[in-house]
Ligand binder design. Structure first.
Ligand code: NAG
Ligand code: NAG
Ligand code: NAG
Length: 484
C-alpha cells in the first residue's frame, strides 16, 4: 500500500514533469519592435498589429514611454532594452541604476501594467566593431541593476539578460566553439551570473550577414531547405547556418561548464531590400523555414529535441532612419513595411495562416513630389544628395527594389522621400523649381514611392529622441553627484 502510494506518486510526478518539459520545449515566436523610423505608426496601432497576429512576445531596444504605455494591460510579454550608451553610468553609479529602474520600469509594472519578462542590458555590447568600449561595463551594470530591482521589489518579477552578437564566439566547426579569447573572463562571469539567476543566454544570429559578408559562403547553407555544402563535424552533419551557429554557442557554453544553459534568440531575420540577396523571396524562405524548423522541436545535433526557448524575429517593422553603416539593407528588416503592410506571406505558427496588416493607418494625402520633366535637371546633384542624406533612398542602390528606374526616376524618388519626411510641406518639393507635386502614384513595378503616415510625431519636437534625453538626464545626474 505504502509502496504503491509512493510509486504511484512518483509516476504521477514523472508524468507531470514530462508533460511540463514537453510544454516548455515549444519555442515561443516573438518580434523585435524598433522605432528608429521617420514615419512612425502610433504605438497603439502597433500593439493592435501584434494582437491581430497573435504575437505575444515583443522585444524593445529602449524603454520608449509611448510603446510601453500602449503595451500596458495587453498581456504581451515585454523585453525592455537598455542602450549601450547608458551602461557607463549605470555600471559606475548605483544611483543611476536606481533612477533608470524607477523611471523606466517601476512605473509600467504592477496591476494593469506591462507583462515584463526581461531587461536586456546593452545591445550586442561585445561586438568586435565596438573595440571593447562597452564590455567592461556589462558585469557591474548587471550587479547594480540587480540591486536596484531588488530595492524596487521587482527582483522576482524580471530577469536580466545580455543580447550577445554571434561574433562573441568562433570556430570552424560547431564542436570547436569558444568565446573570443579576450572575452573569456567576462563571459565566464556573465554565464555564472545568468545561471545563478535562472536567466537564459541571449544571442543574435544572422545567416544573412554571413552570406552578405563572405562571397564563399554557400547560399543554400543560409536557408533551411537542405544544403549541397553541409558541414561535417565528427558524427554530426549541419545543413543550415542557424544550427551550426547555435551549436557553436552550445560548445562555447559547455567549455565554461554551462552546456545546458537555456538559449533565447534575441534577433534573427532577413532583410528585403537595399542589397543583392536582400529580397522578398529570400526573406520569406528564411523566416518561414526558420519558424517551421524551430517549431518542429528537433533541436540541433548538440541539443537534440531542445530548440531555443524563444526566438525574436528581427524585425516587426522597417526602420527608415537607422544608420546604414552595416549596409543599405539595414532599413529593411521588417516582416511589415514601415506602415504595417505585410511584405510577404508568412505563417508565424501562432494561429493565422498569413500576416494580418495594420488597421486604420492614417496616411498623409495621396500626393507625391517628383522631378519636373519640363526642367533641365543637370544641376540637380546637390539637391539629390541632400534629400538622400535626410530621407531614405537606400532602395535605389544596387540590389534594391528601385535600382532600375533610371536617372530621372532616381531624382523623383529622392525628392519624394524628402517631401514625405517633411510631412508634405509644400516648400520641401521646390528644389529650386526642379520639383513638382503630383497626384498620380509614380511607383514603378516593385519600386514603391511612399506616402508618409501622420500618426505619430516624434514626441519632443526639437529632434531629440528619448535615448538622447535619457543620456542627458544621466549626465546631469552624474555632474550633480560629483558636485555634491
Ligand atoms: C526613461 O525615463 C525617462 C524619465 O522618465 C524618460 O525621459 C525616458 O524617455 C525613459 N526612456 C528611456 C528609453 O530611457
Ligand atoms: C533573392 O536573394 C537570394 C539570395 O538571398 C538570391 O539567390 C535570389 O537570386 C534573389 N532573388 C532575386 C529575384 O533577386
Ligand atoms: C540611381 O541612384 C543609385 C544610388 O545613388 C545609383 O546606384 C544608380 O546608378 C542611379 N541610377 C542611374 C540610372 O543613374
Amino acid at each position: 500500500m505504502g509502496f504503491c502510494k509512493s510509486a504511484c506518486g512518483l509516476l504521477i510526478v514523472s508524468v507531470i514533469m514530462i508533460m511540463c518539459s514537453k510544454v516548455a520545449e515549444s519555442t515561443g515566436i516573438g518580434v523585435n519592435w524598433g522605432t528608429i523610423s521617420s514615419h512612425r505608426l502610433s504605438p497603439t496601432t502597433v500593439v493592435d498589429l501584434l494582437k491581430d497576429n497573435n504575437i505575444k512576445k515583443v522585444k524593445l531596444f529602449d524603454a520608449d514611454p509611448g510603446s510601453l504605455r500602449a503595451l500596458m494591460g495587453s498581456g504581451i510579454e515585454v523585453i525592455i532594452g537598455i542602450p549601450n550608451e547608458l551602461l557607463g553610468a549605470i555600471s559606475s553609479l548605483p544611483a543611476a541604476s536606481d533612477l533608470w529602474v524607477a523611471q523606466n520600469v517601476s512605473r509600467y509594472v504592477g496591476r494593469g501594467g506591462i507583462n515584463l519578462k526581461y531587461i536586456a542590458v546593452g545591445n550586442e555590447p561585445f561586438l568586435t566593431s565596438y573595440s571593447g568600449q562597452f564590455q567592461s561595463y556589462v558585469m557591474p551594470a548587471l550587479t547594480n541593476l540587480q540591486q536596484s530591482l531588488a530595492k524596487a521589489n521587482l527582483g522576482g518579477l524580471v530577469k536580466l539578460v545580455v543580447p550577445c552578437n554571434a561574433d562573441a564566439y568562433e570556430a570552424t566547426i560547431p564542436s570547436q566553439g569558444t568565446f573570443r579569447s579576450e572575452l573569456m573572463q567576462i563571459m565566464t562571469q556573465l554565464v555564472s551570473f545568468l545561471n545563478s539567476n535562472g536567466s537564459p543566454f541571449m544571442v543574435n544570429i544572422y545567416p544573412f550577414l554571413s552570406l552578405y559578408g563572405n562571397s564563399d559562403f554557400p547560399q543554400d547553407y543560409a536557408f533551411f531547405e537542405g544544403s549541397n555544402h553541409p558541414v561535417t563535424d565528427g558524427p554530426n552533419v549541419y545543413y543550415n547556418a542557424f544550427d551550426g551557429n547555435y551549436d557553436t554557442l552550445v560548445s562555447a557554453l559547455s567549455k565554461l561548464g554551462y552546456g545546458q544553459m537555456p538559449i533565447v534568440i534575441g534577433e534573427v531575420g532577413w532583410p528585403t531590400d537595399g542589397a543583392p540577396g536582400a529580397n522578398l523571396t529570400a526573406a520569406r524562405a528564411f523566416n518561414q523555414g526558420l519558424i517551421y524548423h524551430v517549431l518542429r522541436n528537433t533541436g540541433t545535433p548538440l541539443r537534440p529535441g531542445v530548440p531555443p526557448v524563444d526566438i525574436y524575429l528581427f524585425s516587426l517593422l522597417d526602420e527608415g532612419a537607422k544608420s546604414v553603416l552595416p549596409g543599405n539593407f539595414e532599413r529593411h528588416w521588417g516582416i511589415f513595411s514601415f506602415d504595417g503592410q505585410a511584405k510577404y506571406a508568412l505563417n508565424l505558427g501562432l494561429g493565422n495562416k498569413f500576416l494580418k496588416e495594420a488597421r486604420n493607418v492614417k496616411y498623409l494625402p495621396s500626393r507625391w513630389c517628383v522631378a519636373n520633366p519640363s526642367r533641365d535637371l543637370s544641376g540637380v546633384a546637390n539637391h539629390f544628395k541632400l534629400a538622400c542624406t535626410v530621407a531614405d533612398c537606400t532602395t535605389l542602390n544596387y540590389g534594391g527594389s528601385c535600382n532600375d528606374i533610371g536617372v530621372n526616376g532616381n531624382i523623383s524618388y529622392a525628392f519624394n522621400s524628402y517631401y514625405q519626411i517633411t510631412k508634405q510641406n509644400s516648400q520641401s518639393c521646390d528644389f529650386d523649381g526642379l520639383g513638382m507635386i503630383t497626384f498620380l502614384d509614380p511607383s514603378i513595378g516593385k519600386c514603391r514611392f511612399l506616402v508618409g503616415v501622420t500618426e505619430y510625431s516624434k514626441s519632443l519636437g526639437c529632434g531629440l529622441d528619448n535615448r538622447r534625453v535619457t543620456g542627458w538626464l544621466l549626465i546631469i545626474w552624474v555632474v550633480w553627484i560629483l558636485m555634491k
